[in-house]
Design a protein around this ligand. Structure first.
Ligand code: ADP
Ligand code: MG
Length: 343
């Protein structure tokens, strides 16, 4: 019997695996400005850049059909892709949608999914221009690819941050994770007693964040209006701490984050407490918020300081100072990133 080497994917993790795969990838065209390693790839289209990004949602991994309505799932699949285009400071223009369907699905069910997809296309002003449809033996698969554009001098990479620049985040964090806890609890109660109706009324905000996230295109338009070009940017899909790690790694820097400046909605805070969870941990390590994390120059601080949707949460520092979290009690501790672990 041959003894082939076998490394478990879990040993590398998602990001380790992507790093390893990208090592062997060659770039053949000088129109490829940015390949693997950012929220979207960047293509030089002459007078502007074209952005390209793809994300796949799998039943049982990313969603559970026992609690996400198909309409919301369709909307969410578009939002997560638009969010990656937003993270490059771009505007989405076209999407393709590929589906893996089992025979469990009726035509009517797929139509409901598409109602959500069409609603998102209308909200984000994007055209659905194609896709693929196949059979799946392991649940529903939705893969969306988004294309967008950005002016060449406005593109924001993960790698552009400089020392002492200000770290900002949009909206609020941790809500989607807390919403997932509410949905999981109701599902367990439903399984125990199918006659019971889900009690979701008390949690409209966090459940909405989980089921129907909205990509922050509003903030991208605000950047244009305020004359801000973020020096670096990433969307918060895996939890704030994990995204701070990505910005730091790509920019070759460290960062300091103030725990008391991390924006947490009141409902998120109270619901986390109800579940015995630390709201700060939910904000730092919960996933799927689809907010934007970015850096700006000190000179741009005045433009954002009174903005209701933009929060300054820390600053970038040299790599040797590391990634630090200044806690509410004033202690400085090392920031750790758990993120989402799919493997
Ligand atoms: P995001 O969370 O913004 O969608 P990911 O963490 O999924 O980004 O991906 C990081 C980078 O790795 C992106 O540039 C993405 O295109 C690339 N990538 C992810 N999976 C693969 C793969 N299987 N092959 C090639 N590139 C990949
Ligand atoms: Mg992203």
């Amino acid at each position: 019997m041959s003894e082939e080497k076998r490394t478990e994917i879990g040993a590398l993790g998602e990001f380790g695996l992507i790093d390893k795969l990208s090592e062997g990838v060659k770039i053949y065209h000088d129109t490829t400005v940015k390949g693997i390693g950012d929220d979207a790839a960047v293509y030089d289209a002459g007078d502007h850049f074209v952005l390209l990004s793809s994300d796949m949602l799998l039943e049982g991994v990313h969603f559970d059909l026992s609690y996400i309505p198909l309409q919301h799932l369709g909307y969410k699949a578009v939002s997560v892709n638009v969010s990656d285009i937003a993270a490059m400071n771009g505007t989405p223009k076209q999407i393709t949608v590929s589906l893996g369907l089992s025979n469990r699905f009726s035509v009517e069910a797929v139509e409901v999914l598409y109602e959500g997809i069409r609603a998102a296309c209308e909200d984000y002003n994007v055209d659905l221009v194609g896709g693929d449809t196949t059979t799946s033996r392991s649940g529903l698969v939705i893969s969306v690819t988004a294309m967008g554009t950005v002016e060449k001098d406005k593109v924001a990479y993960r790698s552009g941050a400089k020392e002492s620049e200000i770290l900002c985040v949009t909206g609020d964090l941790g809500g989607a994770y807390v919403g997932l806890q509410v949905l999981e609890r109701e599902k367990q109660e439903f399984l125990a007693n199918p006659n019971m109706q889900p009690k979701l009324d008390g949690y409209p905000f966090v459940v909405g964040k989980q089921l129907r996230p909205i990509a922050r295109m509003d903030v991208i338009h605000e950047f244009g209006a305020l004359g801000i070009v973020p020096t670096s940017m990433i969307d918060v899909s895996d939890g704030l701490a994990s995204e701070v790690f990505h910005l730091c790694k790509a920019s070759g820097l460290g960062a300091a984050l103030y725990e008391d400046k991390i924006p947490i909605d009141k409902e998120t805070y109270e619901t986390a407490a109800e579940f015995g969870l630390d709201p700060n941990t939910c904000a730092l390590n919960g996933g799927e918020d689809y907010e934007l994390l970015f850096t700006i120059t000190q000179a741009d601080f005045e433009k954002v300081k009174n903005h209701a949707e933009i929060h300054t949460i820390g600053y970038m520092q040299s790599a040797d100072k590391g990634k630090a979290l200044v806690t509410r009690s004033g202690n400085t501790i090392a920031l750790t990133a758990q993120g989402w672990k799919h493997f």
